[in-house]
Design a binder for this molecule. Structure first.
Ligand SMILES: [Zn+2]
Length: 59
């Protein structure tokens, strides 16, 4: 099971999110989505993602 940040949904390897510095980490994330063009992606808007990268669909 991959860890993911509950705040920004980025995948996390340690206990702190490198993307937003949050320590609110889920170790039970589900799904995976790659956002390439966050500004023009409906999915990114729905998930409140503003930067490109790989994200968990559910945290
Ligand atoms: Zn984060």
């Amino acid at each position: 099971m991959k860890k993911a940040c509950k705040n920004c949904r980025a995948f996390v390897t340690g206990d702190v999110c490198k993307n937003c510095n949050s320590t609110d980490i889920s170790d039970n994330s589900k799904g995976r989505i790659t956002i390439i063009d966050a500004e023009n992606s409906e999915i990114a808007k729905k998930l409140n993602i503003k930067k490109k990268g790989e994200y968990a669909i559910r945290t």
